[in-house]
Each structure stands twice: as C-alpha cells, then as structure tokens.
Design a protein around this ligand. Structure first.
Ligand SMILES: [Zn+2]
Ligand SMILES: [Zn+2]
Length: 267
C-alpha cells in the first residue's frame, strides 16, 4: 500500500491527508456526540463535568474550526511527505528495516514527544502576547463538546501538525506507526473534549494520577483558561506545578456524584 503511494502526486497526497483527517474526525467526534449528547445524555448526566449542554451555534463553530484545521494538517503533512521523498527524514517503509519491537516503541516515543511538545507550546500560547492571535479560537468554548477537538486557529493547527515532521526528522518511523499514533491522538482529544469523566474516584488515590490525564483536567482548562496545560499525561503539570489548585477536588466531586444518588451542584 505504501509502495503504491510513492507514485502519488503531492496534490493527491494532500487531498488524501485532508480526507482521512476529516473522516476520522467526523466518525470519532460524531460517535462521542451521539453517545454523550443524544443516546445516553440522561443516564450519563451525573458524569458530565459541567452540567449544561452547549447550544447548536457553538457546535457549528467548533466543527468549522476543526475542518479548517484539517486543511492545515494537509499542508504540513504534504510538506513533510515532500521532505520524506527528498530523503531528508528517517521515515522507513519496509517493516524488515527495524526490529518489530521498534515499531511499537516508536509509537510510544511519538506519544511522549507529542505530549511534551503540546505542553510547552500550549503554555507558550497562553502568554498574553500570543494568546489572542494563536490560541483564543480554541478557548471560545468554555464548555466544549467533542467537536472542539481540533477547533484551532490556523496558526495553532500548524503548531499541532508539527508533530509529524518533528517525529520523522528525529527517529525512524513507519507510516503505519504514525497512522496508529494519529488514531490514538484523535481518540484521546475527542474524549478530552466530550465533557464526561469516565474514571472512578479511586483514580485520584492511585499513583496513576501522576501519569495519566483526565477529561476533568482539560474541561477545567477550558472553564478557567489557566492551569492544566497537559494532553495525554499529567507529569508535566505535576513537575511544573501547573495543575489547577482545585483539580483533584473537582475530579472527586464529579466522580463521587456519579457513584451516588445525591444531586451534584453544577460546576
Ligand atoms: Zn489553552
Ligand atoms: Zn481543549
């Protein structure tokens, strides 16, 4: 399959990247929306981090901005494919070139690299000089829906898309490994914006809280626009002491209410 793509024109590649990105986004965000905002809206409501449900106009804006981001991903992706064809990167196409273990390890490495890239660029984008121009679009949703997963300004979309060139310039990466990483990042991003906390209260008493991030963490970032800058993991926020001071308290409130019959106050 990848051998076949070697003969594709860059135009065809760019259309394919945009189409695949949009398809993945529509399927994953659409499924999360159908589950959390239509089918299980009533039975899951105790797990909703912010009780209110946003208006249709917000969802339309989130989706439009996310579709615009898909086009930017296509541009950065096509430029990276050009670099790959010039032999400037370390992307490899034959699985026999590296041990099978490396294939899986390279996915983990890309996830770790993206988490670090995201945390530091995200903190930079919150600098008062950059916030309006780069990051404000993403924060238009104070109570986001799954459709906000890629609701970025064009500049922020370009910064996010940089994970592709960064990874292939730094270490050997197979296109399929990058594809699996893309599925993971879209899945995690959609869950982080859906607005439901799926973890149990015990999560915050376990060591895993230092490692894994929760939907409550990112929803609070949208709500308060400060603190909780991390993506997949919580260790950068822990090391840099940037978790919102009420993060753990809020998580315990949401998860405790979800497990009891007591009504919960709106966040
Ligand atoms: Zn932010
Ligand atoms: Zn967000």
């Amino acid at each position: 399959m990848f051998r076949d793509m070697e003969n594709w024109s860059l135009e065809k590649i760019s259309v394919a990247i945009v189409a695949i990105t949009i398809l993945r986004y529509v399927v994953l965000a659409g499924l999360a929306w159908a589950l959390g905002y239509v089918w299980f809206r009533r039975s899951w409501v105790r797990r909703k981090i912010i009780s209110a449900f946003p208006e249709g106009s917000q969802i339309r804006r989130e989706a439009l901005h996310s579709l615009r981001s898909a086009v930017i991903f296509g541009v950065v992706g096509t430029l990276t494919v050009f670099a790959v064809r010039q032999g400037w990167t370390r992307m490899y196409f034959s699985t026999g070139d590296y041990p099978a273990m490396w294939f899986w390890f390279s996915i983990l490495l890309t996830i770790l690299l993206h988490d670090t890239w995201f945390y530091w660029t995200h903190r930079l984008m919150h600098h008062p000089r950059l916030f309006r121009a780069v990051h404000r679009d993403h924060h238009l949703s104070r109570n986001p829906t799954p459709w906000a997963a890629f609701a970025f300004s064009p500049m922020e979309a370009a910064v996010q898309a940089m994970i592709f060139p960064l990874a292939v310039f730094l270490f050997p990466l197979h296109p399929l490994a990058f594809g699996i990483f893309m599925m993971w990042q879209m899945f995690f991003n959609v869950i982080g914006h859906t607005g439901y906390e799926y973890n149990r209260p015990g999560f915050m008493k376990s060591w895993i809280r230092f490692l894994i991030n929760t939907p409550t963490n990112h929803i609070m970032h949208h709500e308060f626009i400060r603190g909780n800058y991390g993506l997949y993991f919580n260790f950068w926020d822990r090391i840099m002491k940037t978790n919102h001071p009420d993060y753990e308290k809020r998580f315990l409130q949401v998860t405790a209410a979800a497990e009891s019959d007591a009504p919960r106050n709106a966040g």
